[in-house]
Write a protein that binds this ligand. Sequence first.
Ligand SMILES: N[C@@H](CCC(=O)N[C@@H](CS)C(=O)NCC(=O)O)C(=O)O
Length: 215
Amino acid sequence: MYTLYYSPGSCSMAAHILLEECGADYETKLVALAKGEQRTEDYRKINPHSKVPALAIDGKVITQNAAILPFIAAQFPDANLKPRDPVAMAQCVAMVGYLASATHVAFGLVLHPERPAGGTDIGEAAQKAIGDTARKNYWSCMEEIDARLAGQQWMMGDQYTFLDPYALVYYGWGNRVDMPMTDLKNYTAFKNRMLERPAVRTVLEKEQSPLLKAA
Ligand SMILES: N[C@@H](CCC(=O)N[C@@H](CS)C(=O)NCC(=O)O)C(=O)O
């Protein structure tokens, strides 16, 4: 039995979708980020980084999407969610790493341009400059994904992989900060294909995702 520590609509949604896609025997445990539950002593024993997702299996815990997503895919070979070719596999992991390190960080700064100052008042102009740059960086990654999806169904081409649910998370976040996501035709078509997958719908319904209502 897998236990996924998650928060609705956060980046843990990718692992949630993947567990559902694989037909895994799993349970979810809500970590209410808005209430600061990720910083409680109990949760820090599970994930000392105070973040979701965390995946527990046999008394051991895995953190970081870059580790969790390929791990789940490897546990369920019959689901065929990881590239067989070693180079494609490395490229798939690389894209998860890029999204986790660059895109996720940019999104954090769009939401909280004051955070890098660590409580020091840097003034409105500096905050605006940080927020605007982060928005530009986030959007350029959205455009990169859109270009990558031209003429292909999934992020890795014909094969649906562990990267796809993770790419969906970022589409949803673009909507969340009012970016013109529907201008990105390939990415939007991908989002719509994702929504046709029963496992994706199940998780989006459980997490009450606004993506279910998005155009
Ligand atoms: N690099 C980590 C990032 C995890 C992360 O930042 N998770 C966010 C939710 S999307 C979180 O738990 N935030 C809570 C906080 O920062 O207090 C991963 O990919 O797993």
